[in-house]
Design a protein around this ligand. Structure first.
Ligand SMILES: [Zn+2]
Length: 342
């Protein structure tokens, strides 16, 4: 990246009301068949345009073609039965009805590669593409086949690696793996989670990142956050191993969170996407608030490695609020960029 402090979003952005019900997770599509396919492409273009108008430097598809950041990817794999559902506790936090792994998992054909090519055709700006991470995929399913989280994660890592190589070949500049589960299962992260992530990025010819957050602003997450105390030191458990890994970029939640900023020192050397926008509130940050978070982060990240970002995806927010937040992110980054140029 030539731009200093290049801005981006963690992933999802709100969908237009004609495509899916707004401000809703797992919102059902309002169109069908060819109309749906065209509607998704149109929404992707609108989402890209909104990012560009807000001055975002590294753009994305806003996840306009997915209902959910994990399950939409899994829907395209064989070995998972979406009819056979089980209730499991996900992220060790809330019960959800999830599909079952019933046989060997495999990617029969590329999942998001056509979407990525479409985005690539629309812009010359750097593009980032999000995929679920292996551990988070495992944690969003019932496994009646492998009966081992580690084994299933390893199979998913191989599938993700195929997809990531294809996405890089399609012209994606950064592939990000979403691993909110990294913030919960520390022992597993250190035993096999980071190893699975490294398997997923093996030989991938573009930059790679991992996004680790405290989740969307839904009730189960905000209730959980209340139990975490005044200092959130979860990142501390996994940063040393992450620092030693091959991953290029780490994307973190830093705005309005109780994560002590100095923990970032533990991943010194990595590029850090610093979440400077809170996705769990409708209050739009001021550019000055964004700048203040970035300045704090600059104590622990070299300026050429700091990437201003959002805490997490913004799909549950209204389009108006999300757009305001994107603009605040750009404006806040611009303030700090000017200070650095002095
Ligand atoms: Zn997130």
């Amino acid at each position: 990246m030539k731009t200093l402090l290049p801005t981006s979003t963690a992933g999802s952005l709100p969908k237009p009301a004609w495509l899916a019900k707004p401000e809703t997770l797992w919102s059902p599509w309002k169109l069908q068949d060819e109309e749906l396919a065209e509607g998704k492409r149109d929404a992707l273009r609108v989402s890209l345009h909104d990012q560009q108008r807000a001055g975002i430097d590294i753009v994305s598809d806003g996840e306009q073609t997915r209902q959910h950041f994990v399950t939409t990817f899994i829907e395209h794999l064989s070995g998972v039965d979406f009819e056979q559902r089980e209730i499991v506790k996900i992220r060790d936090r809330y019960d959800a009805s999830v599909p079952s792994v019933v046989g060997p998992v495999a990617r029969e054909k590329p999942v998001f590669v056509e979407d990525a090519k479409f985005l690539r055709q629309q812009t010359d700006q750097p593009i980032k593409w999000a995929l679920p991470g292996p551990m988070t995929m495992v944690d969003t399913l019932y496994d009646g086949h492998y009966k081992s989280r580690e084994k299933l994660a390893w199979e998913f890592a191989k599938i993700l690696n195929q997809e990531a190589r294809d996405l890089a070949a399609a012209g994606v500049d950064i592939i990000q793996f979403d691993e909110p589960a990294f913030n919960v299962f520390f022992d597993e992260v250190n035993d096999w989670g980071i190893a699975a992530l490294e398997k997923a990025i093996e030989g991938v010819e573009c930059e790679t990142g991992v996004h680790i957050c405290y989740g969307y602003g839904i009730k189960a997450n905000t209730d959980w956050k209340k139990t975490l105390g005044s200092e959130w030191r979860q990142y501390e458990e996994i940063f040393p191993k992450l620092q030693a890994s091959n991953i290029d970029i780490v994307s973190l939640e830093c705005q309005n969170s109780h994560v002590p900023m100095e923990l970032i020192e533990l991943i010194r050397g990595k590029k850090v996407m610093v979440g400077a926008i809170d996705v769990a509130t409708n209050t739009i940050e001021t550019p000055e608030e964004v700048a203040a978070t970035l300045r704090k982060a600059l104590q622990f990240v070299d300026a050429d490695k700091l990437y201003p970002c959002t805490n997490c995806g913004m799909t549950p927010l209204s389009r108006q609020v999300a757009q305001g937040k994107l603009k605040a992110l750009s404006a806040g980054a611009a303030i700090v960029r000017q200070e650095l140029a002095r």
